[in-house]
Design a protein around this ligand. Structure first.
Ligand code: NAD
Length: 457
């Protein structure tokens, strides 16, 4: 029997060993999900919603133990683990409020002899391959609306969030979702690859661009609906009229929260030359005050890096930035303690020859770049293959909106960053992905519209 070992990234301790799937087990699970789909679709939506409402209540009741598990396997500081689980309540409430309305059939023509209607049919069996950095958020963006709209789900949590994935499966089943309507698969990339090979009707992936591109290639000739929510290199611009202290506090949080391991972490900051030095001093003050340490400690803000190989990526970006003339203002090194740790790191005097300003860092590291004005800021914000989010800090609403209108990104922010709303679509441009989740569009995306031409004879 295969097994998967779960380690704590804060100290490298082995915390669990769980049975893992192999290719045959994946195929058997896919058949079960296929067989279960018609009955789940036939279950009245009120009952499907009741299951998700019970799931929501169970999450709220068990938040402490669930947060402890998330912190142990991902290294997320305990307060941020609680924030994620509590924040999920808002998303679940949105899906519960909007699901029925979003997929209600619609009559678009009603004449004496002909009626035209649109219904929303479930896609069928959904494969959900997920990331570890916000396993509750990014998983439930997919499996909750998929289940509500009558699909069955094959859910592969990241191998770095396996225990959380299994907790999610347990809670959904206890809430009344049939065992075969939601099936968790345990394992790493090879289990994900085996899932891609199955007869599925939709593949919804959250993770890195490299894996997303591999999955798109593997699906190749098969006409399966594919959504990819990938990485980013998200920029923000601080205008010369901005409140630099407020912008520094907001952007330090946006860059360093979850130890910089958010898809929409701020990864590049452009600052107008007139306020650059004041902003940098305020930013460094905030970063120096962030507490790094044991993620189970209530006062910790920055924990370990979840995946050990990312340390080498961060070190390479530091070396490259230094070699190309950037100024290291704070941090820049691994922290010497068991587990995987990296100092909060800030560079100034950066430019776009540096990997730090071009490729996703996914860690507590940020480059700040001085710009001469709005035009240069917009040009640099758009100088990327990604396009997930972008922000502008200024009290001038007109100026901010004019700049944000020119930026190619799925989400844009005025005086804020690193923010996701269940009411708004979550999507990326370019190498940040295809398709969307959240909002009513992110419910309908798990259905296909069916056209009804009804002639009375
Ligand atoms: P990853 O690409 O390493 O892994 C994602 C998932 O893919 C895991 O479950 C993994 O087991 C699986 N996988 C790996 N190889 C596979 C293969 N060949 N076939 C099928 N599945 C395979 O990403 P990660 O480290 O888990 O997540 C971090 C990345 O996710 C970052 O780039 C981050 O920006 C991105 N992300 C994006 C969003 C978004 O909404 N756009 C949200 C969260 C994370």
């Amino acid at each position: 029997m295969n097994s998967l070992k779960v380690y704590n990234p804060a100290n490298d301790a082995l915390i669990a060993e769980v049975p893992a799937d192999d290719a045959a087990a994946v195929a058997a699970k896919a058949e079960r999900a296929r067989a279960a789909q018609p009955a789940w679709h036939a279950t009245p939506i009120a009952q499907r919603k009741a299951c998700i409402a019970r799931f929501r209540d169970a999450l709220a009741a068990q938040v402490e133990s669930l947060a402890a598990t998330l912190t142990a396997e991902v290294g997320k500081p305990i307060r941020q683990s609680r924030n994620e689980i509590n924040g999920l309540q808002v998303r679940l409430d949105f899906f519960l409020a909007q699901a029925e309305r979003s997929i209600a059939s619609e009559t678009v023509l009603a004449e004496a002899d002909i009626t035209e209607r649109i219904s929303h049919e479930p896609l069928g069996v959904i494969a959900n391959i997920s990331a570890w950095n916000y396993p509750y958020f990014v998983g439930s963006n997919v499996f909750v609306p998929a289940l509500l709209t009558g699909n069955t789900v094959l859910y592969k949590p990241s191998e770095h969030a396996t225990l959380t994935g299994l907790q999610i499966a347990r809670l959904l089943h206890e809430a009344g979702v049939p065992a075969d309507a939601f099936i968790a698969l345990v394992g790493g990339g090879e289990v994900g690859a085996a899932l891609v090979e199955q007869r599925i009707d939709g593949l919804f992936f959250t993770g890195s661009h490299a894996t997303g591109a591999r999955i798109a290639a593997a699906l190749g000739q098969r006409l399966v609906k594919l959504q990819l929510e990938l990485g980013g290199k998200d920029p923000s611009y601080v205008c010369d009229d901005a409140d630099v202290q407020a912008a520094a506090e907001s952007l330090a949080d946006g860059a360093m929260y979850n130890s910089g391991q958010s898809c929409c972490s701020v990864e590049r900051i452009y600052v107008h030359e007139r306020v650059h030095d004041a902003f940098v001093e305020a930013f460094l003050d905030v970063v120096r005050g962030l507490k790094v340490g044991d993620p189970t400690d209530e006062s910790t803000y920055i924990g370990p890096i979840t995946r050990a190989p990312q340390l080498a990526v961060l070190e390479a970006q530091v070396a490259d930035a230094l070699a190309k003339g950037a100024t290291l203002r704070v941090g820049g090194h691994r922290i010497d303690r068991p587990g995987h740790w990296f100092e909060p790191t800030v560079f100034t005097e950066t430019d776009h020859t540096m990997e730090l300003m071009r490729e996703e860092s996914f860690g507590p590291i940020i480059g700040i770049c001085k710009v001469s004005g709005d035009e240069e800021a917009v040009a640099l914000m758009n100088d990327t293959r990604y396009g997930l989010t972008a922000g502008v800090y200024s009290p001038d609403e007109h100026r901010a909106k004019r700049l944000l209108a020119q930026v190619t990104a799925g989400s844009v922010y005025w005086n804020c960053c690193d923010r996701v709303s269940p009411r708004l679509p979550w999507s990326g441009c370019g190498d940040s992905g295809i398709g969307l989740t959240l909002s009513t569009y992110g419910i309908q995306t798990f259905t296909r519209p069916k056209a009804w031409h009804l002639r009375t004879v």
